[in-house]
Design a protein around this ligand. Structure first.
Ligand code: HEM
Length: 155
C-alpha cells in the first residue's frame, strides 16, 4: 500500500504544479487585462483546491505509514532538527505543504467573497503565488535541486 501511495503522491504533484502555474498566470492576466472572471476560471481554482486536498490526505497517511519518516521519527527531536534530511522528512515537508494548502484554501474563499472580477483575480494571484513559492520549495525535486537523501525521482 505504501508504494502505491508514494507513486500516487508523486504523480499528483504534477497536477498541482501545472494547476498552480496555470491559475497564477491566468490570475495575473485577468487582473491586469481587466478580464471577466469566467466559470472556467472558477473551475480551475476548484480543481487546484481538490487536488491539493487529496494530496493532503495522501500525505497525512504517508506521514504515519512511511518507513523513511518512521525511522527518522524514532530519533530525539534535537537530532532530527540538526540533520537536514531528517528535518526535511519529519518537519519541513509536512509543515510547508500544510501551510501552502491552507493558503490555496484561503485564496479560493477570498476570491469567492470578492465583490468584483478584478478583486477575484487579484486575490487569486496573490494567494496562489505565495502558495506556489512555498509548495515548490518543499517538493523533494531530484538532484541537483535537492540534496541526497531528500532528492526523489521525477516519476
Ligand atoms: C502540495 C502538496 C504536496 C506535494 C506536491 C508533495 C510532493 C511529494 C513528493 C514529490 C514526494 C516524493 C514521492 C516519491 O518518492 O516518489 C513526497 C513524499 C512524501 N510526502 Fe509529500 N507532498 C505534498 C504534501 C504532503 C503532506 C501535506 C504530507 C504530510 C502531512 C506529505 C508527506 C509526505 C511523505 C511522508 C513523503 C515520503 C514518503 C516516503 O518516501 O516514504 N506530503 N511528497
Amino acid at each position: 500500500m505504501e508504494t502505491g501511495l508514494i507513486h500516487l503522491h508523486n504523480l499528483l504533484r504534477y497536477a498541482i504544479v501545472i494547476l498552480l502555474i496555470v491559475t497564477v498566470l491566468k490570475s495575473f492576466i485577468g487582473w491586469f487585462g481587466k478580464n471577466e472572471y469566467s466559470a472556467g476560471d472558477n473551475k480551475l481554482s476548484l480543481f487546484l483546491f481538490i487536488s491539493a486536498h487529496l494530496q493532503l490526505v495522501i500525505g497525512l497517511v504517508l506521514y504515519f505509514v512511511s518507513d523513511v519518516v518512521q525511522a527518522y521519527k524514532s530519533l530525539p527531536m534535537a537530532d532530527i532538527m540538526k540533520d537536514a534530511v531528517a528535518r526535511f522528512w519529519v518537519v519541513e515537508h509536512m509543515l510547508s505543504m500544510i501551510i501552502g494548502i491552507a493558503i490555496i484554501t484561503l485564496g479560493r474563499i477570498m476570491a469567492k467573497k470578492a465583490a468584483n472580477d478584478g478583486a477575484k483575480f487579484r486575490r487569486q494571484a496573490i494567494y496562489f503565488t505565495l502558495a506556489m513559492v512555498i509548495i515548490f520549495s518543499a517538493i523533494p525535486w531530484p538532484e541537483p535541486f535537492k540534496i541526497e537523501g531528500i532528492a526523489r525521482p521525477w516519476f
